[in-house]
Design a protein around this ligand. Structure first.
Ligand SMILES: *Cc1c(COP(=O)(O)O)cnc(C)c1O
Length: 398
């Protein structure tokens, strides 16, 4: 017997659950792209995006996914032969590094592995050793979605400052925007990138690039920037089409308008607090399960864990079996392990992830945890007792 018919739950770390209100806003006839409400609405999105990013500087919207803004951001400040430093805490950092390489940059990678936070002293030492300031930018992933390691971007800024190094600090907040607290200006981040399909609750298709005056100055001194990726006309368009270098992503913009309204109505700090509490419930359950079985949180220390995504280790073949069971029998799709093993490594079946970003509430997380426990039972994976009690205790509060 299957118990999966009913509303499916995509509990993967992006794309995330889309609110009905966002879907309804997108379900409409095409607007005029030359005059009227769409133009006004687009101008109105910019201050709200800046508020979400915690910046008073510039915001741009690209039609594209996360990979697009990886490329867009670098295209404005990195020329062939320029060097970037990439302190890596997972697969997404190396992904951004590969895009830099594709643009002709020289990549200097510091690999902190798949379970450890960045060692900021090592980053400072590396920057100090770069005495002729060849490194033009440091690429930091705020939350690496593969490992679920969160990096304090303020501390990464302090690592640059301690070395007295003038490199740009660029942050990938694709997984974390609207989930894990981040304030671009206060944290001294010069360029920040994000996308629509995670904490922002809109389907994949929009990318965001935010940049400050220091980054704008680096852009101004570039030998050339591709017309399409150039952020200058996008940030200050004379004509509407320059916002997007072509036709606007009309329906996504209606969805984004509603999503930003939802975040404003709840209050950004309340949105962060909701994610934090839900994440704590997940961690409490996993820790209890792990006392009597193989499942464990990938990130051992809670201060380095994201509130948006949780990477788990359970040993092969349990991860794959569990994902299959929850999807086929309960209508819950879990995230695959990503970047934790090579493709033909049999241990690859020992990882999975929970996405808990964006439009997620207590009953969804409690349903997720109960379903995973049922799946472990069905798949004969041992686990410790008391996990669901531990989670409900976190949810019900002190
Ligand atoms: C999802 C994600 C990306 C890639 O986004 P795509 O839309 O899949 O290209 C990059 N960085 C981080 C941190 C992400 O979570």
């Amino acid at each position: 017997m299957r118990l999966s018919n009913g509303r499916p739950y995509l509990a993967i770390p992006g794309p995330s659950v889309i609110p009905e209100a966002v879907l309804r806003a997108m379900h409409r006839s095409s607007p005029n792209i030359y005059e009227g409400e769409l133009i006004e609405m687009t101008h109105g999105l910019i201050p709200d995006l800046k508020a979400l990013a915690g910046t008073q500087h510039q915001a741009t919207i690209y039609i594209g996914n996360g990979h697009a803004v990886w490329e867009a951001s670098l295209s404005n400040v990195i020329a062939p032969g320029d060097r970037v430093l990439v302190p890596a805490t997972g697969r997404f950092a190396t992904g951004w590094a590969e895009v830099a390489e594709g643009l002709g940059a020289e990549v200097q990678l510091i690999d902190f592995g798949l379970r450890s936070p960045m060692d900021f002293d090592r980053i400072t030492d590396t920057l100090r050793a770069d005495s002729d300031h060849r490194i033009k930018a440091v690429l930091g992933v705020h939350v690496d979605t593969s490992t679920s390691i969160k990096t304090d971007m303020g501390q990464l800024r302090a690592a640059l400052d301690a070395a007295g190094h003038p490199a740009l600090l660029m942050a990938d907040c694709i997984a974390s925007l609207g989930c894990d607290p981040f304030h671009m200006d206060a944290m001294g981040v010069d360029v920040m990138i994000a996308a629509s399909q995670k904490g922002v609750m809109v389907p994949p298709g929009l990318g965001f690039v935010f940049f400050n005056d220091k980054a704008a100055n680096v852009r101004a001194n570039m030998p050339r920037v591709s017309r399409y990726w150039d952020w200058v006309p996008r940030a200050n368009p004379d004509l509407y089409y320059q916002f997007f270098a072509g036709t606007a992503p009309t329906h996504h913009l209606y969805g984004l308008r509603v999503a930003l309204d939802m975040i404003a109505e709840e209050g950004l700090n309340n949105v962060f607090a909701r994610h934090e509490r839900l994440a704590q419930a997940i961690w409490a359950a996993v820790i209890a399960w792990g006392k009597g079985g193989p499942v464990e949180l990938n990130v051992r220390d809670a201060v380095h864990r994201s509130n948006a995504v949780t990477a788990l280790r359970i040993g092969a073949p349990h991860g794959t079996n569990l994902r299959r069971w929850t999807q086929d029998n309960a209508g819950v799709t879990l995230g695959i392990g990503l970047g934790m093993s090579t493709r033909d490594d049999p241990n690859g079946d020992g990882f999975f992830r929970f996405g808990h970003m964006g439009h997620v509430n207590a009953h969804m997380v409690l349903g997720l945890l109960s379903t995973v426990q049922a799946g472990m039972q069905a798949c004969h994976i041992p686990f410790g007792p008391g996990a669901l009690d531990a989670a409900t205790k976190v949810i019900s509060g002190p």
